[in-house]
Design a protein. Structure first.
Length: 228
């Protein structure tokens, strides 16, 4: 049996078949979920026999692990940072093949929704990377300090995922049938305006919210861990 993770010399001749199987699996896992997708369906989409899928990957679980590694590698490679050049490169990649970009995002979102083992890896990798970018930006002076950098990193990831996976009803409010480059171009400027200039004219709402949160943290009925 060939390796499920590596690509040794003996497997090089079968690389195209492996890639087709992997890509077909990614599409089905993203659309239908892991449990509802079977090896026979993946094989039919890839144009190979079910036996060849098992020959290359051993099992559907191993195939899922290979897909997880592949998508995670692509998504982390796209994390260029918050510099203007980095954002231009990221948007350029998105525009060059929005369907593939969306497929990988949907795959990750499916993993998160199903709370699969890959979900923890996906989320931690994205949040850790975002947190490091934020800390670097704060240190060099390109970003304002935050009261909770880790939470800000989580919020950053949530906003990015929500923007890239906006459901059709929200897309249609701006004249688009679904999420894509056009919608991102429309949402990008106001989103960056908020990040750059803020939205409220003063800090009164922030102070009011902080007072409420502070009171909740001091309450004896506060959920365990709230004060941690």
């Amino acid at each position: 049996m060939s390796s499920t993770r590596g690509e040794g010399a003996g497997a090089s001749a079968d690389l195209t078949a492996q890639a087709k199987i992997r890509n077909a699996a990614i599409a089905h896992f993203a659309r239908d979920g892991f449990q509802k997708t079977n090896v026979r369906t993946i094989a039919a989409t890839a144009g190979v026999s079910p036996g060849l899928v098992i020959h290359h990957f051993g099992s559907k679980e191993n195939l899922r692990a290979v897909c997880d590694d592949h998508v995670l590698h692509i998504l982390t490679e796209r994390a260029h940072g918050t510099s203007p050049a980095g954002m231009q490169a990221l948007f350029g990649q998105y525009q060059s093949d929005p369907e593939e970009y969306h497929l990988h995002i949907r795959y990750m979102m499916r993993a998160i929704e199903e709370d699969t083992p890959a979900a923890t890896t996906f989320v931690n990798t994205l949040v850790d990377g975002s947190e490091q970018i934020l800390r670097d930006g704060i240190a060099e002076g390109s970003l304002r300090p935050s009261s909770d950098v880790r939470a800000l990193a989580v919020l950053s990831v949530l906003i990015s995922l929500a923007t890239l996976t906006a459901p059709p009803p929200l897309a249609r409010t701006l004249g688009f049938e679904q999420a894509g480059p056009g919608l991102l171009q429309r949402l990008g400027p106001p989103m960056l305006e908020i990040f750059t200039h803020g939205m409220y004219a003063d800090d009164s709402i922030l102070k009011a919210a902080q007072a409420v949160w502070h009171g909740a943290q001091e309450s004896p009925q506060s959920p365990k861990g709230m004060n941690d």
